[in-house]
Design a binder for this molecule. Structure first.
Ligand code: FES
Length: 104
């Protein structure tokens, strides 16, 4: 029931280079109003998810390195059926937050 972005934040995912990225991931804190939580999923995982809502598609259009299996991590609700899934981060992200804002 938790979303992928919050899971990564709460578990302080330890992957090379990710710590720095995590500081900007989720700039809108899951409001589907940025694309900093962009993740790239394996096709089989992507196909298990409900299709993205219009709001998510609009934000994905702004994501760097969009792929056919891209989703916003804050919109990916985790289920037991996704156990063992993998998600990749794009090589870069567009952070639209300004004025030094950092999510908590
Ligand atoms: Fe902003 Fe996911 S955290 S769209």
């Amino acid at each position: 029931g938790q979303d992928l972005m919050r899971l990564a934040h709460e578990n302080d995912v330890e992957l090379e280079g990710i710590r720095k990225l995590l500081s900007i991931l989720g700039a809108c804190e899951g409001a589907c109003a940025c694309s900093t939580c962009h993740v790239i999923l394996d096709k089989d995982v992507y196909d298990k998810l409900p299709p993205p809502a219009i709001e998510e598609e609009d934000m994905l259009d702004l994501a760097f390195g969009l792929t056919p299996t891209s989703r916003l991590g804050c919109q990916v609700k985790l289920t037991k059926g996704l156990d063992g899934m993998r998600a990749q981060l794009p090589k870069a992200t567009r952070n639209m937050a300004v004025d030094g804002y950092k999510p908590k």
